[in-house]
Structures are given as C-alpha cells and as structure tokens.
Design a protein around this ligand. Sequence first.
Ligand code: PEP
Ligand code: MN
Length: 313
Amino acid sequence: MIVIAKDENDKRTIQEDLEKRGSEYHMIKLYDNYVFMSDGGDEEKDRLYSRKFRKKSIIDVSGVRIGEGLKIAAGPCSVENEEMILDIARSVKAAGADMIRGGAFKPRTSPYSFQGLGEDGIKYLVEAKEETGLPIVTEIMNPAYYRYFDGVDMLQVGSRNAQNFDLLRFLGKQKKPVLLKNGMGNTAKEWLETAEYILSGGNGNVVLCYRGVRGIENSTRFTMNVGSIIYAKSETHLPICADPSHASGRRDFVESMALASVAAGADMLEIEVHNDPDRALSDADQQITPFDLKRIIEKARALKRELDAWDKQ
Ligand code: PEP
Ligand code: MN
C-alpha cells in the first residue's frame, strides 16, 4: 500500500498512524513528497508512476529537460572505436540532437557477435560528451559494471533486461536518470510496472522508452504499437521516448515510425545513426546517416510544435 504525504505535518500524522497500527513500513522521498510503502497488498490503484500521483514530470539529464518539447538522443548502435564515436557525435550535434547514444556493454543475441568495447566504449563516449557538450546515454546490463558509469549522464535498460528486477532495484537506489525500454515480450502495463521498481526505490528520474514488441508480424523487426505510447501517456506522468530504429529494423522506415511516435505523444526519440551504416558492427540495416537524421529531426520537431500549438488552443 502506498500513502503519500504532502507536507511535514502530513508526514508526521501518517507515521504515527502506521506505528499505532503496528504496520511495517518504508519511507522514501520522491520528487517533493514523502511516500510511505507498507504491507497491505498489491493494490492496483496505488502506483508512483500513475498520473493520479503527479500530472507530469520533467526529467533533467545534465541540462536536457526531457518532457519539454521533443528531445533527440542519437548515435551508433555500438561504440566501435574512438574516432568513429567522435565523428558521429559531431555529426549528430550538427543535425540538432540533444544527447548522444551508443552501446558499450552490448546485449547480443549471439555470443559470437561483437559484444561492445565495455569500459573503453564508455571512455570514448565521455570524450565525445566533453567535445560536443551533449550528455550521453548508454546501456547498463549488470550492477557490477556500475563503477564504469561515472561519466555517464543517463543509464539505459535494454529490452532484454527490462524485467531484470535486481538491476531495476539497484537503479532505484541510484540518482542517475534511467531510460527504461519495454521488454519485447511485455504488455504496456508490465512495462509501467518495471518503472515502479525504480521509482519505489527512491529514484524518480525515469524516462520510458517504447521500442516495439514481438508478435506474429515480421514485416518490421518488431511491432511498433503506437497504441502503447498513447496508453503510456494516459497512465503515467513520466516522459515517453520512442525508438523507431529497433522497432523497424529498416533504415527506410525510421522516419515514418519516428513521426508516428511523435503523433502518438512521444516526448523524445532515440535514433541509431552511423557514419557508414552498411559497415556497422551491429544493427547495420537500421542505422541511418547524419544527413537523414537532420531531416527527421526537423520534420519531427515541426510536427511536435504544431501538435502542441493545437493542444494550447
Ligand atoms: C539499444 O538501444 O542499443 C538496444 C539494444 O535496444 P533494445 O534493448 O531496445 O533492443
Ligand atoms: Mn542497436
């Protein structure tokens, strides 16, 4: 059961009440509220991600305010070497991106595929950030690697780890913002529940990222159900990101999927960009060039502005 205190007085009253009743409880400070979590069952209505708790959250990632306008994280699937990430970082900045993405610890389906540069990959990402001034987002697979993530601005949880509850609980104890993908076999409701693991640990800095699910359809790599974005927007105060790259698996579909996601309400896009996509060491088919990124960003931002202007009328 969750009880939320609005101020110090409220906090004292709730605390006294719980103690009088002999309830076991645990208190966290989330945003500006004190939240008491006590035994009393898994009541569906009480969720920290819910819009009943808060209307809208802006998540600040080293100065990039996600939830205001349309934010873009762009960069390669994997950091392949130092020169390549610096080159792409400069290009995505010139194209209008707000953040750099790039995988260092890579969750690959085959153990024989390129597994990422690990600690060195993060070192090169940090250099790219220092040069461009853009914050970086990269995937964490295991709490044991957290010591390498000091210079990282936002921690990504990938689809394959979306229900790694030990990882989620660990991230709930950190302060760094988290970009939380949906598990490819999860419903949208289950995706929101994964955010609850992080929020209930006391870390409110969560952005949800929809990257499609696996179903019977194979015309695209995954199935991008924009209905899940619409649903998530209606249920949660957390900003929603969409990943049209992994969802489509096809370079020529990224633009339409990006625009469809913005029309559904996405606050952010995460897009894979490579300076030589055909020769990428992972996800070559879906990575676009910086040239294409620029056009997509311009179109997506124009659409977002237009939609926001209509909503204000
Ligand atoms: C990624 O963004 O690098 C990635 C592996 O995506 P996903 O976890 O959505 O498959
Ligand atoms: Mn990828």
